[in-house]
Design a protein around this ligand. Sequence first.
Ligand code: GTP
Ligand code: ZN
Length: 350
Amino acid sequence: MAQRRYDERDVRVRPTKGSRPRTKQRPEHADAVSALVTGVDRGRYTVLVDAGGPDEHRTVAMKARELGRNRVVPGDRVDLVGDSSGEEGTLARIVRITERRTVLRRTADDTDPVERIIVANADQLVIVTALADPEPRTRMIDRCVAAAYDARMDVLLALTKSDLADPAELVAMYSPIGVKVVVTQTSGARDERVIHGLDDLRAALDGRMSVLVGHSGVGKSTLVNALVPDALRATGIVNDVTGRGRHTSTSAVALRVPSTDEPTWVIDTPGVRSFGLAHVDPQHLLGAFADLAAVAQECPRGCTHADDAPDCLLDEWVAGAPDEETSAARGARLESFRRLLASRLGDVDR
Ligand SMILES: Nc1nc2c(ncn2[C@@H]2O[C@H](COP(=O)(O)OP(=O)(O)OP(=O)(O)O)[C@@H](O)[C@H]2O)c(=O)[nH]1
Ligand SMILES: [Zn+2]
């Protein structure tokens, strides 16, 4: 992973006439140790020092003043100074946030200008959806897909409760847009419950950091508890956050999935039910569809590529397909893209 750190060199100082450059000579913190943020609770950060290494241990940290208002979120790689031993009563300080590879954001709703980073550095978004009880809500899935693609994350659709309904329709709907699908179902009594499909899910998570989202009752906890047997204990000090505002009532927690060779993490997001998409750039969405993006480059200036866009070349691309099969495949891709685009614009949800 090519990572570069944010540090003092990133602060561009504009020389002002007649005054010395306002460079603050901050210490470089050469003795800092790096750590992974696994949880946040009321200004206290649970971090894992030397994750995966011989000296791995959990410790608690606070943000150093110099980080200002920058948010630190689960998945962040940070540098610590001070006492990072993890011994009781100690508190380390986070002095740097390593440049993030991905940033998953949410806005409260589509018109809310306030966007929050909820998770950093995650590779994929796992949308947990029950096939029945509760009924799947494709608008919610679309919104999650849009948010993930905007964050440049992959999407995995985990369809639970296949004992109650057939997954075929949803699979057909989402596989054309590059969404991987795993299907699970439980069987057996509560204390000797087996989850079919769990190995497929494990394989899809292996070596990656995945964020799990899903509505209440879809079976997300059932999956998390099966993947991370000590999930409750592993959350440590992290619990509900005293939210400033109504959208931060709970916070995300990173949990390590044991017994895989590569470090594998799931980030559970109890508070996140859906995504407002006000921040999503339609251009980013298009970027998730390489074939469409190539065609759309030649679209008229300012083309929205939406259903009602005049002279959008994407329509021509479908119409001009060499054979029926290609035309159907292209049509499905375009339709999916436009569905996501519409969810971004709020059309679908109204
Ligand atoms: N029939 C069936 N029921 C399931 C399956 N998986 C989970 N359930 C049940 O669905 C209910 C909800 O499961 P949970 O794992 O608690 O769901 P959750 O998504 O974590 O919901 P919250 O805890 O409310 O956020 C429970 O009664 C589970 O026993 C499944 O594959 N089939
Ligand atoms: Zn267009």
